[in-house]
Design a protein around this ligand. Structure first.
Ligand code: KIV
Ligand code: ZN
Length: 505
């Protein structure tokens, strides 16, 4: 009989914990909706007790999705469980995910508790969580370095106390496929009533084995895999969803379980995450890297021309890489444009389509061919900032190799015209300094990424900016064939996002 493998996505919790991957509430909701479309079974939306911001975003995500379970993480503490429950209780399908460390080293040095105390706390808190929420998951943190007898004991206690999912994390990315297979097998053979619950696995990638370890666990009987898009997560990251899912699909002969993932949404989900966080995947990244389906050598190309299966174990279309290479230009009408958007899976309002169509026409006037990548960049750069307290009216740049770059900026602040001028190390630096003079708030520019959307010197430049203030981050992005303009617009986007979160001033 085929079994069901649940995909538990923790991009918005463990993934978001990784350096450079923080997202604001609007971005998290957008990501959660895309994960729902992708077909994950559970979204771990955050760790509500960790901060007010996390609480709010978990709550809003719980209220924004309907076709997916929403989990909130909680230490095995009453206060954490109360906060997690308050954040997720309005979800259609809520889950409390509670955890405590079980390895000797964590219990002794981090928790400063005996195994007996940890056991009692885990059981008591699972019962407490269960009194609030029907669906409770328990994680034995650092399970792969936990003494097997204690792991079996605490897992058995957790099941008795009402946990319906038992998660076995490889918290420090230490295990190997063969060892992890044996750990899961050992749990299956030694824990009473283990067949009544889902065994979940949660692997970190410190040795580059997270996906392989997850798959070995599935082979041993795990029925839930915790993973993140693009493999983002603490340190070297978590098991990459796209790798685990595609390995199970391509090697169905080895992993006969079924999952709900709509694999054609994988590429779009990966791209959305990249655009939101500004964290690119390496070009040779499995499944979603730029070169994952590129065949460069003559021998490979020859083989591909004779029969694609010579070098292709899965099609690019199966992960959602567009078959549609239609190039639109300035003579393309709204109808062709709209049908292109629909074919690419965009679900935009009439107003959004109208707005992007105007931008498309402007771009087509500057650039002969507008590619699908250009249009994706327009959509992404165009509709992310909700309210713009500051809008760009105009700017002028005077620069050269023998003069100091100088930029004058004119902004509209709710009907008022404000202008300032600054010099800088280059036109972008001068532009940012002129804007800083107008806004008069101290931000730290913690990230500035610029890349060409397509080839050619008329390509659009895509700019991602992250501004930091008071330990919080505000992202902005924009595209334009003029990189100074794209930089200014991205900078303004981050500033407007700051005002949207701070509620204006
Ligand atoms: O890596 C880990 O152990 C975790 C737990 C909280 C599940 O992220
Ligand atoms: Zn983790």
């Amino acid at each position: 009989m085929e079994k069901n493998i649940k995909i538990f996505d923790t991009t918005l919790r463990d993934g978001e914990q990784s350096p450079g991957c923080s997202m604001n509430i609007g971005e998290k909701i957008e990501m959660a909706r895309q994960l729902e479309k992708l077909g994950v079974d559970i979204i771990e939306a955050g760790f509500p007790a960790s901060s007010k911001g996390d609480f709010n975003s978990v709550k809003q995500i719980a209220e924004s999705v309907t076709d997916v379970r929403v989990a909130g993480l909680a230490r095995a503490l009453k206060s954490d469980i109360d906060t997690a429950w308050a954040a997720i209780k309005n979800a259609k399908y809520p889950r409390i995910h509670t955890f405590i460390a079980t390895s000797d080293i964590h219990m002794k040095y981090k928790l400063k508790k005996t195994p007996e105390q940890v056991y009692d706390q885990a059981v008591e808190m699972i019962r407490y969580a269960k009194s609030k929420c029907e669906d409770v998951e328990f994680s034995a943190e650092d399970a792969t370095r936990t003494r097997p007898e204690f792991l079996h004991k605490i897992v058995e206690g957790a099941i008795e106390a009402g946990a319906a999912t038992i998660n076995i994390p490889d918290t420090v990315g230490y295990t190997t496929p063969e060892e992890f297979y044996e750990i899961i097998k050992g749990i299956k053979e030694n824990v009473k009533n283990i067949d009544t619950v889902d065994i979940s696995v949660h692997c970190h990638n410190d040795l580059g084995l997270a996906a392989a370890n997850s798959l070995a666990a599935v082979k041993a009987g795990a029925t839930q895999v915790e993973c993140t898009m693009n493999g983002i997560g603490e340190r070297a990251g978590n098991a990459a969803l796209e790798e685990v899912v595609m390995a199970m699909r391509v090697r169905k002969d080895i992993y006969p379980g079924e999952n709900r993932i709509n694999t054609e949404e994988i590429y779009r989900t990966s791209q959305l995450l990249t655009r939101i966080t500004g964290v690119e995947v390496q070009p040779n990244k499995a499944i979603v890297g730029e070169n994952a389906f590129a065949h460069e050598s003559g021998i490979h190309q020859h083989g591909m021309l004779e029969n694609k299966k010579t070098y292709e174990i899965m099609t690019p279309e199966s992960v959602g890489l567009s078959k549609n290479k239609m190039v639109l230009g300035k003579h393309s009408g709204k109808h062709a444009f709209e049908s292109h958007l629909t074919e690419c899976g965009h679900d935009l309002t009439k107003g959004e389509i109208e707005e992007i169509f105007i931008k498309f026409k402007e771009l087509a006037d500057k650039k002969k061919d507008v590619s699908p990548e250009d249009i994706e960049a327009l959509i992404d750069g165009g509709h992310r900032v909700k309210n713009e307290m500051y809008k760009l009216n105009r700017y002028t740049v005077n620069t050269g190799n023998t003069i100091t770059p100088i930029v004058s900026i004119n902004l509209d602040k709710e009907g008022e015209n404000i202008e300032n001028v600054a010099i800088g190390d280059g036109p972008v630096d001068a532009a940012f300094k002129a804007i800083d003079k107008i806004i008069d708030i101290d931000f730290t520019l913690s990230k500035y990424v610029i890349k060409a959307v397509t080839e050619g010197s008329d390509a659009q430049g895509e700019v991602f900016i992250r501004l930091g203030k008071d330990e919080k981050y505000y992202n902005g992005r924009s595209t334009s064939t003029d990189i100074v303009e794209a930089s200014i617009m991205a900078y303004m986007g981050a500033i407007n996002n700051y005002f949207n979160e701070a509620g204006g001033r």
